[in-house]
Design a protein around this ligand. Structure first.
Ligand code: SF4
Length: 375
């Protein structure tokens, strides 16, 4: 994840540069349940509105929570499917709070948040609620596969805000909704929403089948320019991006063209951030308890929290994928291997390289920097 607003703050309030370091434990995105009331076109978990067998029981999930705490995991993002369809969600959130995780967030489509549910989310002391919005009105409904989904999600957002929760919009851009980015940013401003998460489309699950929908480089660059301007104009809000770590080097180029004297500091802060964190500072657990290097690697199982402590699974570099992801610098080929920004971007999405080019250590086809910019 590229924390754009933090980097923008560095322009006016430069902070001390520290060397890159791994976190003691990764941030864990946990897909607690695969069932979902919607059928979104870019869903990486290929969820649908039915129960899936073999999901972790409450007892197993409680055990896994203690395991994650012992492994030094600082933050949890509880996701799905639709996490509000898991009957023990609030029990698990209460246990996570009792164990003392620094941050426990909820990632939801927002359509099931009535007044009572908003109060329960607030009472459970979720740090943050992220709600997906893929466009305005019918565009969102089309992506989500349900008429009225936009109105329901917006109602959920407002109820969360009225309950005192920190709320964010999550926008996954494709060719079919890129034209709605300005309106979604305006929606964010008008509703005084705290956070905006811009997600590039990755190739996994249903996203893989819709690869032709991925926004091309020019569209991505235009979207990033707009996002940078929006973040500059709204310092009180938080802007982050995900699923394309070339955002860091692209931001560096944007800064260098405007304030060349600030580029060296931004480059140093990008090196401190370190780019793609899959298999290092971010982890994923699916609904069956399988651990993955991130949410896009569901076809690669590292181990199961039912069978082995999470800390052991995560540290095990006998798995060549984990050894390769944790190597610094990663041993990459193609454009990524030759790129001058490798230390800032860390080679971007390895799953995208694998799905598109058949080589997980090859170049990421979604890099939108020109050859000139990476040489
Ligand atoms: S070429 Fe690869 S390493 Fe360089 S910026 Fe693009 S994705 Fe990142």
């Amino acid at each position: 994840m590229f924390r754009l607003s933090r980097f923008i703050r560095e322009l006016s309030e430069p902070s001390l540069v520290r060397p890159y370091r791994d976190l003691p434990g990764p941030v864990v995105i946990w897909n607690l349940v695969r069932r979902c009331n919607l059928a979104c076109r870019h869903c990486y978990s290929t969820s649908t509105d039915k129960d899936f067998t073999g999901e972790l029981t409450t007892w197993e999930a409680m055990h896994a929570l203690r395991d994650l705490k012992a492994a030094g995991v600082p933050a949890l993002i509880l996701s799905g499917g639709e996490p509000l369809l898991r009957p023990d969600l609030f029990e698990l959130a209460a246990e996570a709070r009792r164990l003392g995780f620094a941050s426990v967030s909820l990632s939801t489509n927002g359509t099931l948040i009535d007044d009572d549910t908003a109060h329960r989310i607030a009472a459970a002391r979720f740090s943050y609620v992220g709600i997906s919005v893929d466009g305005i009105g019918a565009v969102h409904d089309g992506f989500r596969g349900k008429d009225g989904a936009f109105a329901d999600s917006m109602a959920g957002i407002r109820r969360c805000r009225e309950s005192g929760l920190k709320v964010g919009l999550r926008f996954t851009m494709t060719r079919d909704n890129a034209h709605h980015l300005p309106e979604v940013l305006e929606l964010m401003r008008a509703e005084a929403i705290d956070k905006f998460y811009f997600s590039h489309l990755n190739y996994a699950g249903r996203g893989n089948r819709n690869r032709a929908e991925d926004a091309h480089a020019a569209m991505t660059r235009a979207a990033m320019d707009r996002l940078f301007e929006a973040a500059m104009a709204s310092p009180e809000a938080e802007f982050v991006t995900g699923n394309n770590d070339a955002d860091g080097p692209y931001f560096l180029g944007w800064v260098a063209s405007r304030w060349p004297d600030k580029a060296a500091h931004i480059a140093a802060k990008l090196a401190e951030w370190g780019g793609n964190a899959s298999g290092i500072n971010v982890a994923n657990i699916d609904n069956l308890g399988w651990v993955h290097p991130d949410t896009m690697w569901w076809h690669e199982r590292l181990g199961n929290v039912r069978e082995r402590p999470f800390a052991q699974i995560w540290a095990d570099t006998a798995n060549p994928l984990m050894a390769g992801l944790k190597a610094r610098p990663r041993a990459l080929t193609g454009r990524c291997g030759e790129c001058r920004h490798l230390v800032l971007c860390n080679g971007n999405s390895r799953v995208r390289a694998e799905k598109a080019g058949g080589d997980r250590w090859g170049e990421d086809p979604a890099c939108y920097l020109t050859d000139e910019e990476i040489q």
